[in-house]
Design a protein around this ligand. Structure first.
Ligand SMILES: NC(=O)c1ccc[n+]([C@@H]2O[C@H](COP(=O)([O-])OP(=O)(O)OC[C@H]3O[C@@H](n4cnc5c(N)ncnc54)[C@H](OP(=O)(O)O)[C@@H]3O)[C@@H](O)[C@H]2O)c1
Length: 324
């Protein structure tokens, strides 16, 4: 019997992984285990109607061939991932710990599933904002080469994990929240993650580096990341300069034919994308004075395609290709 383990099963992404595994029903016949920190051991998480006991992850008990879906913070992943790979597991990790490692594929299955070939036991899931961006840039680049991309994000609070969501809801209710929590309610936070020496915060740097790694193209990405008081669903305002003129009708056509993308001429909202698997693109418009410049909005459920769904899809690809 094959074995799948969710590490961080009690968190926002881990819980969503359990939900998606149940909904897609693709790991039928597999043993599904749920792991979290010692403080959650003995609690349960739902797999459909079934309750699965949460165990403390003990890397020495991991069996060869187990596929582990990681939904822990980077510093936690750095501790357990190498030991599990050593034991013969394949890890699809959601954290930022391994994304930029040369020998770790960074994969969005609809865009670069081919990168999985020859993986060495770790496959990284990209940052949520990167996933929805490359899902749209990849098909558009077939219309004309991309020269540069400017992207401003409006990222939901769930992107910061379960505690942040609870803080948002407490702030909305006028109740006390955790010590040191940012003010999410009625606010926009224009810095997500500590700024690096160049002034760009971590979420912005991820957009630059991860987009280049996935698309294997050198065009510059100019990012600005903000946290907005939305529970779930990341939204992005995107401006793309192509090498030649691009007709918005052609953009709609190519996006319409792209698996996992839904294009519409109207406006978008993260609340409508919540709970859905697709990446939504809307209001595609060509600049009136620059025929090579096209602007549009993207929104997607950051916990589904931005995290859990993408990781489950990667696991499906790995198991289908028997690449473990
Ligand atoms: N939220 C998003 O939209 C999103 C999108 C893309 C990527 N990610 C990444 O996915 C990861 C998880 O994010 P999240 O939002 O789900 O965070 P979260 O809600 O804070 O959940 C963190 C999970 O990690 C577990 N954990 C903590 N220490 C552990 C340990 N020593 N051993 C095993 N498990 C441990 C927690 O278990 P306990 O409950 O026992 O503490 C919990 O299940 C992060 O790296 C995040 O950057 C998140």
């Amino acid at each position: 019997m094959g074995s799948i383990g969710i590490v961080g099963a009690t968190g926002l992404v881990g819980t969503k992984m359990m939900e998606i595994i149940h909904q897609r029903n693709v790991f039928d016949g597999f043993r599904i285990s749920a792991f979290a920190s010692a403080s959650s051991a003995g609690t349960t998480v739902q797999l459909g109607d079934r309750e699965v006991s949460v165990e403390r992850l003990q890397t020495e008990t991991i069996e060869p061939g187990t596929v582990l879906l990681g939904a822990t913070e980077a510093e936690v992943a750095l501790r357990w991932v190498p030991e599990c790979v050593e034991k013969g597991a394949v890890v699809v990790d959601n954290s930022s710990a391994y994304r930029m490692d040369d020998d770790v594929p960074l994969v969005v299955p609809e865009v670069n599933a081919h990168a999985l070939v020859g993986h060495k036991g770790i496959v990284a899931n990209p940052n949520c904002s990167t996933i929805q961006l490359v899902m749209v840039l990849a098909p558009l680049s077939d219309l004309s080469p991309i020269e540069w991309v400017c992207v401003s994000t409006y990222q939901s609070v769930s992107g910061s994990g379960r505690q942040a969501m609870e803080d948002l809801f407490s702030q909305e209710a006028g109740e006390e929240c955790s010590e040191g929590a940012p003010v999410y309610h009625r606010n926009v936070l224009t810095e997500i993650g500590t700024p690096e020496d160049d002034g760009y915060c971590r979420e912005e740097t991820k957009l630059i580096r991860e987009t280049a790694k996935i698309l294997r193209q050198e065009f510059p990405v100019f990012p600005a990341a903000a946290r907005v008081p939305v529970p779930v669903g990341h939204t992005e305002s995107v401006t793309v300069c192509f090498a030649g003129p691009v007709d918005p009708e052609d953009a709609y056509s190519v996006l319409d034919e792209t698996a996992g993308v839904r294009a519409s001429s109207g406006g978008l909202s993260p609340s409508e994308a919540t709970g859905k698997d697709e990446v939504f693109v809307g209001r595609i418009r060509r600049h009136p004075h620059h025929a090579n410049v096209v602007q549009f909005w993207i929104t997607a459920d950051n916990l589904r395609k931005g995290a859990a769904l993408n990781a489950v899809q990667i696991a499906e690809e790995i198991l289908a290709s028997e690449a473990i």
